[in-house]
Design a protein around this ligand. Structure first.
Ligand SMILES: [Zn+2]
Length: 361
């Protein structure tokens, strides 16, 4: 059976019917937190605190502060599209930007999009997901809700579109961190090219990620993580963290966030601390490894120090599938994937440009 209709709205509707069957990879958005300098001399005297962690903690609070100052100067532009036409234009631009960054050797058009209700609990945790089987993307319907006030729509959309280029090789830790690092550089490229809302969202993400990683170091005795391959440094979800560092972190966060942002941040942290083991994993995967490697590259050699991986895309192929609604076997389109491609090290030049402009590196 061939597909009767290849138009994007039709494909989106089809994807909506099938989205729930198989989801592989997702992104968890942390609406966490928000920094003046710490006295490095004081920290260096703390024997229980590894030197690298102390340096990173101080640098992260500096980055959060500088990113916030720039964020406050940005006009409040909403990066979300107003209709499906604008949405698909945005998708097309993102696919091209991924290719321009040399982050993909192939241009893959996702087969469909839908906004979905993930249900209680997951609604707060999961921002979007990509099915490598169907080739479609679903996004949390909360992005439609003004009350969520979520500025991370563009980042999440880019993240899922990076997955759709074949970024799902390896463990969840490896593939999610690689996907998110590419997404950050693509967002930085779009910010430098002046796509509406991109710079504001990038700066908002930088201040939040810097605060979040600083929190991870202070609260869970975490450490920077310089590779997407290999295990995380051990961080305990059950200890109480370092009271002095947490106090410093609280002070900086309060200087950055508005009272409304602070209340929301506290609520989000409270929600996550009810799931401490998942929280540590999520922070490590989406914030700590990614922020460490992004700053290593952007403030260092300019490129990521490892090769990211993608699957070769073979196209959509019809295969037999069980249709639960009609309880019959039907031919249905599936995405087919081939060999693993090792990509050249990602250049973080656009992020470096933004961080240079902030006076960070
Ligand atoms: Zn993901």
């Amino acid at each position: 059976m061939t597909q009767a209709c290849q138009c994007r709205p039709c494909r989106a509707q089809r994807a909506f019917r099938y989205w729930g069957r198989r989801l592989l990879v997702g992104v968890v958005v942390l609406t966490l937190v928000g920094s003046p300098l710490l006295g490095l001399g004081v920290l260096a005297q703390r024997a229980i605190f590894p030197p690298e962690r102390a340096v990173w903690f101080a640098n992260l609070l500096t980055l959060a502060t500088k990113a916030n100052l720039a964020y406050q100067r940005e006009p409040a532009v909403d990066g979300r599209p107003r209709d499906w036409t604008e949405f698909y234009e945005q998708v097309k631009e993102i696919v091209y930007q991924i290719e321009e960054e040399n982050a993909s050797l192939q241009l893959v058009d996702p087969t469909g999009f839908a906004f979905v209700d993930y249900g209680p609990g997951r609604r707060s945790a999961v921002a979007g997901s990509y099915s490598s089987v169907r080739g479609n993307i679903v996004l949390n319907e909360r992005f439609i809700q003004a009350a969520w006030g979520d500025q991370s729509f563009l980042s999440v959309l880019i993240h899922e579109i990076v997955h759709s280029q074949g970024y799902f090789v390896g463990t969840s830790e490896t593939l999610e961190s690689q996907t998110e690092i590419v997404a950050t550089e693509v967002l930085a490229a779009m910010a430098n090219l002046n796509y509406p809302g991109a710079r504001r969202e990038l700066l908002d993400g930088l201040r939040r990620d810097a605060l979040t990683m600083a929190y991870y170091l202070a609260r869970f005795d975490g450490d920077p993580h310089h590779t997407t391959y290999g295990a995380y440094p051990v961080a305990s979800p059950w200890n109480d963290g370092d009271p002095d560092l947490l106090a410093e972190w609280e002070r900086v966060r309060a200087s950055i966030f508005t009272p409304a942002e602070l209340a929301r941040s506290d609520k989000r942290i409270r929600w996550w601390l009810e799931r401490p083991e998942e929280y540590v994993q999520v922070l490590a995967k989406y914030v700590v490894t990614t922020t460490t490697m992004e700053l290593d590259a952007a403030c260092g050699s300019g490129r990521i120090g490892e090769n990211f991986l993608q699957y070769d895309y073979l196209g959509i192929q019809d295969q037999l599938a069980w249709d639960r609604a009609s309880r019959t076997w039907v031919m249905a389109p599936f995405a087919a994937w081939g060999d693993i491609i090792a990509l050249p090290p990602l250049e973080m030049d656009d992020l470096a440009y933004v961080l240079g402009g902030l006076g960070y590196c």
